[in-house]
Design a binder for this molecule. Structure first.
Ligand code: NAP
Length: 293
């Protein structure tokens, strides 16, 4: 019980601020590949509910995930507690046109069983940024979305975006970021800081098993984890949110994984921990093309 209270208390305090002043806990929940297998549904719902109980209110989904099945699962999870959640969904670039964006958004709203989406993201860059921004602004004016952002945009794409009419209303950019993929630290992360626009880190656990295996090769990482009485993967997650300018959205099905992920918010990495981590997973020394899954 004490463990859960400590986590809740920490997540209440460890927040970051969106450009419109909205404060969000630095850890949320991903849902890619969830809602697709009926035998896993109960466990997935329990995981999402547990995450909400602990304060991981940001729940990320997309019309693409399982062709709407992830949105349906999320809708069910938040049905009786909509106000506690901050729902993020994403639109396909080929739906982000004047002709199609409203229909795509209505589909997401229906599957999510809600009449507003807290944050609506362009899943990846499409052809006409100006047209997409105009459509997103229209959805905002209609109250169907409260704010919008983008995903998988590199620095040059972001620069182009903010020069579009209303392009500076963008709330965030959701990109791949974990210990094994630090490229954004060279330019995108600092650029977003100058705009006071937080990064949302997807696959912050490096999709689980792959990063677990990489971490297991390094006794220094094991020692850091032992010192903090946690698992190496929790150290990796704590590392993504270390500076307070990144909101990470790990995906977990099992309840214990959800709790471990939320617990990562309670880990304070020391300067020495950080130096050792840098020596194993070095910072980028030059511009790297944006990593995308
Ligand atoms: P991830 O969160 O890095 O890793 C998920 C994997 O890690 C799952 O296999 C999960 O297993 C496992 N895991 C979770 N917690 C764990 C723990 N405490 N210990 C051991 N294993 C653990 O990968 P992701 O799902 O790719 O990324 C997270 C979210 O980001 C997605 O779900 C999605 O919402 C979003 N995303 C966005 C984009 C985009 O283009 N914008 C792309 C990729 C992902 P269990 O499920 O069995 O617990």
């Amino acid at each position: 019980m004490e463990r859960m209270e400590t986590i809740k208390d920490t997540l209440r305090k460890r927040t970051l601020t969106l450009p419109d002043g909205t404060r969000l806990p630095v850890l949320g929940q991903g849902t890619w590949k969830m809602g697709e297998i009926s035998g896993k549904r109960e466990a997935e719902l329990e995981g999402l509910q547990t995450g909400l109980d602990l304060g991981m209110k940001v729940i990320d989904t997309a019309e693409m995930y399982g062709d709407g099945q992830s949105e349906q699962l999320v809708g069910e999870a938040v049905k009786h507690r909509r106000e506690e959640a901050f729902l993020v969904s994403k639109v396909y670039p080929h739906h982000a046109t004047s002709a199609n964006i409203e229909e795509a958004c209505d589909g997401s709203l229906k599957r999510l069983q809600t009449d507003y989406i807290d944050l609506y993201l362009l899943h990846w860059r499409g052809r006409d940024l100006a047209e997409t921004v105009e459509g997103l602004e229209r959805l905002k004016q209609a109250g169907k979305i409260l704010r919008w952002g983008v995903s998988n945009f590199d620095t040059s794409d972001m620069e182009e975006l903010v020069h579009q009419k209303d392009g500076n209303h963008c709330a965030t950019n959701q990109v791949l970021y974990h210990l094994g993929s630090r490229g954004i630290e060279f330019d995108l992360l600092p650029w977003q800081q100058t705009q006071q626009m937080p990064i949302m880190a997807y696959s912050p656990l490096g999709q689980g098993e792959t990063l677990v295996k990489k971490l297991a090769k390094h006794t220094a990482i094991q020692k850091i984890a032992e010192k903090h009485h946690v698992k190496p993967l929790q150290i990796a997650l704590a590392w993504t949110i270390r500076e307070g300018n990144v909101l990470a959205i790990p995906k977990a099905t099992s309840k214990e994984h959800v709790i471990e992920n939320a617990e990562a918010s309670t880990i304070e990495l020391s300067l020495d921990d950080m130096k050792q981590i840098d020596s194993i997973f070095p910072k980028p020394a030059r511009k790297m093309p944006l990593d995308i899954i």
